[in-house]
Design a protein around this ligand. Structure first.
Ligand code: DLL
Length: 433
């Protein structure tokens, strides 16, 4: 039997959903035009008025917004309601330039928590569950988002935040956590630590993990599922659109359903901005049609993925997005070739390595250097140098055939690459360009 947090919405017939989106979009465009000078200016420059938008079919007429627009309006130029009506802010984890501040009123928080609750129920969660939230609490949206969703579902919620892995594992055991929410890299680390402590997956009560906030591969999923004895579900979102829960995986574990009653998704060509048909890879663009305090219109996420429409056996009618394969701004261009960290990770896991790796790019005498540091597993670590060299060669060959260029691969001692309790740092780009 399938369960949903909001069955009428999650299984709404597509025509009805479209009508709902049409109505909500019209109202939202009017709202931003009247209350956010920056949007009014962008729309005036494009010669489009709120009356020109009669529904989703007219979406293409609207201007895009980007992180640059949000930064330009820092801290509250994009706010669409009086500040006194807001109850919370969150902020992006960006390391360059000004952070983006997202505002919420109580209505926005409620909708966001419903989105996270949908994700938890889709992963099999109910009021019977004990949900351990080890995403960071604070400006980052992960902790508070899943926390709110977990409480809506009625789970016993453990607000752990990230870090202190030994304590996480102790609580997990003592309180019988059944659902784990954290980044996939932290889940992998917890899995590794559990093993070192001599705890078997079957000694834990975990049944589901809700992992997101960074790109991860199916190979990494298999690894985590094995080490923690759970089913690992992907969850996606971004601060500019509320946080986690923009989309989530169902029991199929094959793409994430986008909460289309709140977000309209498009895929565009990142170079030209042209809208691409479903099934084509491109940049994901979202319009938030229900958020009141900080509504973004045609927001360019920089995430590269594919949308798939069609019937899902779970009964949900929402469109699915494939796992984001990287960001336009994460994509490395090395010696002219596009390289996504996720491709390297896939090779490593296929070849039996863990997902602990780091890519270092530099430029020496006008040529890019491309080094990949990979941790050996303990058995390999005891191998002779000759054998290690053979392993390195095999990895170089596999990466060359995946990417079209060859990195220098360095197998390093187990545990020598720093672990992450939040989003992992996979790339160090030292080029000054
Ligand atoms: O990472 C929100 C979140 C928290 C999502 C917890 C899921 C779980 P930001 O810090 O604003 O928000 O970062 C957003 O992270 O544009 C993607 O590039 C990346 N991202 C988020 N989820 C996934 C995912 C949160 N499941 C940026 N797969 C997004 C791949 C993801 N990338």
């Amino acid at each position: 039997m399938h369960t949903y947090h909001q069955p009428q919405i999650e299984t709404m017939p597509p025509e009805e959903l479209r009508k709902l989106q049409d109505e909500r979009l019209k109202a939202q465009v009017k709202h931003v035009y009247e209350s956010v000078p920056h949007y009014r200016q962008l729309m005036d420059e494009k010669g489009v008025k709120p009356e020109d938008i009669r529904g989703v079919d007219d979406l293409w007429k609207l201007p895009f917004t980007s992180k640059a627009d949000l930064r330009e309006c820092y801290p509250d130029g994009m706010l669409a309601i009086p500040k006194s009506e807001c109850v919370r802010i969150h902020s992006t984890s960006g390391t360059t330039g000004k952070r983006v501040i997202a505002y919420y009123n109580q209505h926005d928080i409620d909708l966001w928590e419903d989105c996270c609750a949908r994700a938890i129920v889709a992963a099999g969660g109910s009021a019977e569950d004990v949900c351990q939230v080890c995403y960071g609490y604070g400006l980052f949206t992960g902790g508070f988002g899943l926390h709110g969703g977990s409480q809506k579902v009625g789970c016993l919620t453990l607000p752990m935040s990230s870090g202190n892995t030994a304590r996480q594992i102790q609580f997990m055991q003592d309180l019988g956590a059944t659902i784990l929410c954290c980044t996939p890299s932290y889940a992998a680390y917890i899995g590794e630590t559990v093993k070192e402590m001599g705890i078997k997956p079957e000694d834990l009560k975990l049944k589901a993990g809700i992992f997101g906030a960074e790109a991860w591969s199916d190979e990494m999923r298999a690894d985590i599922e094995k080490s923690l004895g759970l089913k690992a579900y992907n969850i996606y979102g971004l601060t500019e659109l509320s946080g986690p829960g923009v989309s989530f995986e169902c029991e199929q574990q094959d793409g994430m359903h986008i909460n289309e009653d709140h977000f309209i998704a498009e895929i565009i060509d990142p170079e030209t901005g042209a809208v691409l048909p479903d099934g084509t890879q491109g940049e994901l663009v979202f319009t938030a049609i229900t958020r009141q305090a900080f509504p973004v219109i045609r927001y360019r996420t920089r995430d590269i993925c594919v949308l798939h429409r069609g019937k899902c056996s779970c009964g949900r009618t929402f469109v699915k997005m494939g796992r984001p394969m990287g960001r336009t701004d994460d994509m490395l261009i090395i010696r002219g070739v596009n390289v996504f960290p996720s491709q390297i990770e896939a090779v490593l896991i296929q070849q039996g390595y863990s997902s602990n790796y780091q890519i270092v790019v530099d430029r020496v005498r006008n040529t890019d250097t491309f080094d990949v540091y990979v941790e050996m597993n303990p058995e390999q670590f005891s191998d002779a140098v000759r054998k290690i060299t053979l392993h390195e060669r095999a990895l170089v060959e596999a990466m060359r055939s995946m990417l079209g260029i060859s990195p220098s691969v360095h197998l390093v001692a187990p545990k020598s690459i720093a672990r992450s309790e939040g989003k992992a740092v996979r790339v160090v780009d030292k080029r000054k360009i």
